[in-house]
Design a protein around this ligand. Structure first.
Ligand SMILES: NC(=O)c1ccc[n+]([C@@H]2O[C@H](COP(=O)([O-])OP(=O)(O)OC[C@H]3O[C@@H](n4cnc5c(N)ncnc54)[C@H](O)[C@@H]3O)[C@@H](O)[C@H]2O)c1
Ligand SMILES: [Zn+2]
Length: 357
């Protein structure tokens, strides 16, 4: 299966690695060296299969970092730049990003800035990175806990979605990835939401259809508005609150995954949608019960409200005076550039806490 994006393709299927091998064979003249960027988990679970399927990568140089969001920072980028520079990588080097959203976001940024940019390929190995992080050209690292503060837009040369890699993904990370899948449905496709809400996640016969649908939704939005001047902001649904919760957790050393934070963020932002946008209460209840079944939903500590508001003010989506949201009108329909006051945000968070009971 192929989905065409801006000036690159997204290939989906277990057989696409063989195609990748042929592509590398055909362009042998074009590259001087290949680096594979990964973390210890993608190295252990995915690299052997990748090399087996893509023998052209046998001589590639491996760059492995420690897994986790806390390593998505400039200091690690600096180390990697030093390593590839010491390996005499020139402008014709290729970088293959093999891993989750952390590896794709950071590896893409490392490739884009090294010698003003070398070519890179994304081979995402988590559900979250397959359906969301690897598509759309957003590359970034965190700065002092602020999510994705330093980064740029640049598309990869190719994205390869290989469902086989998901077989070793721990359930908690699978669930985290589902947050972005639900987000795609809630912002743009009521029928898809219905399909997802009735899914039995233990039965994976739906996987291929879900990957294709979610990637298509993301890709279509990005094709229309790559630079996030308008429509692409709808993909930030759940992320104004979610990123603040994630940053706070990172700072306090709490164990909270991106998707887990975004699931909570979406519920709070649906409450804001009820307050401001006429979103129906019965739909909130349905979404809440679907989410409560799979996500580890936690209450938000109300003593931390001022900290959360501070994170939101510093979020790059906002300016100092205003905090910007994407809210839902109904399931499948989102509106961006909705400003909410601090009072409204705090009220929504308190309501979330009471409605969680
Ligand atoms: N660029 C974008 O548009 C975009 C969109 C959404 C999210 N993101 C970013 O993506 C990141 C989250 O991505 P993520 O959830 O993939 O996190 P991640 O990269 O930390 O991966 C999650 C965990 O799974 C492990 N792992 C990876 N592949 C595996 C496999 N096949 N088997 C077993 N374990 C495996 C990793 O080592 C890690 O421990 C966040 O930093 C978020 O900001 C970016
Ligand atoms: Zn996200």
């Amino acid at each position: 299966m192929e989905i065409q994006s801006d000036n690159y393709s997204i290939y989906i299927g277990n057989e696409v690695l063989q195609d990748f091998n042929r592509i590398l064979e055909d362009c042998q003249e074009q590259y001087s060296k290949i680096f594979i960027f990964c973390d210890e988990n993608s190295s252990r679970h995915c690299l052997p299969y990748l090399i087996e399927q893509v023998p052209m990568l046998i001589g590639a140089e491996l760059i492995e970092i420690e897994s986790g969001e806390q390593n998505k920072n400039l200091s690690i980028c600096h180390d990697v730049w030093k390593t590839i520079s010491e390996s005499n990588a020139d402008r014709n080097a290729f970088i293959v990003n093999l891993g989750g959203g952390v590896i794709c976001d950071m590896g893409g940024m490392i490739a884009s800035l090294y010698k003003r940019g070398v070519r890179f390929f994304h081979i995402p190995t988590t559900l979250l990175s397959q359906v969301d992080a690897s598509v759309g050209g957003k590359l970034a690292v965190d700065l002092d806990g602020h999510k994705n503060q330093i980064g740029l837009f640049r598309n990869p040369d190719l994205v390869l979605i290989v469902p086989e890699f998901l077989k070793t993904l721990p359930e908690r990370h699978w669930v985290s990835g589902m947050a972005e899948v639900y987000k795609h449905a809630l912002i743009s496709d009521a029928e898809y939401w219905l399909f997802l809400s009735e899914l039995n996640l233990k039965d994976d016969t739906y996987l291929s259809a879900m990957l294709h649908k979610s990637i298509s939704i993301k890709n279509e939005i990005v094709l229309e508005d790559w630079e996030e001047k308008g429509l692409r902001k709808t993909l930030n649904f759940g992320h104004t609150i979610g990123h603040a919760i994630e940053s706070q957790a990172l700072e306090k050393g709490r164990d909270l995954l991106h998707g887990e934070a975004i699931a909570i963020g979406m519920l709070v932002e649906i409450i804001l949608s009820q307050m401001m946008n006429g979103f129906k209460d019965e739909d909130f209840e349905t979404i809440k019960s679907v989410f409560a079944n799979i996500f580890p939903l936690q209450k938000i500590d109300e003593n931390e409200l001022p900290d959360l508001i501070e994170w939101m003010r510093h979020d790059k989506k906002n300016d100092d005076a205003q905090i910007n949201f994407t809210l839902l009108k109904k399931i499948g329909e989102a509106e961006f550039n909705k400003i909410c006051s601090v009072d409204q945000i705090e009220e929504a968070i308190r309501t979330y806490n009471t409605r969680l009971n």
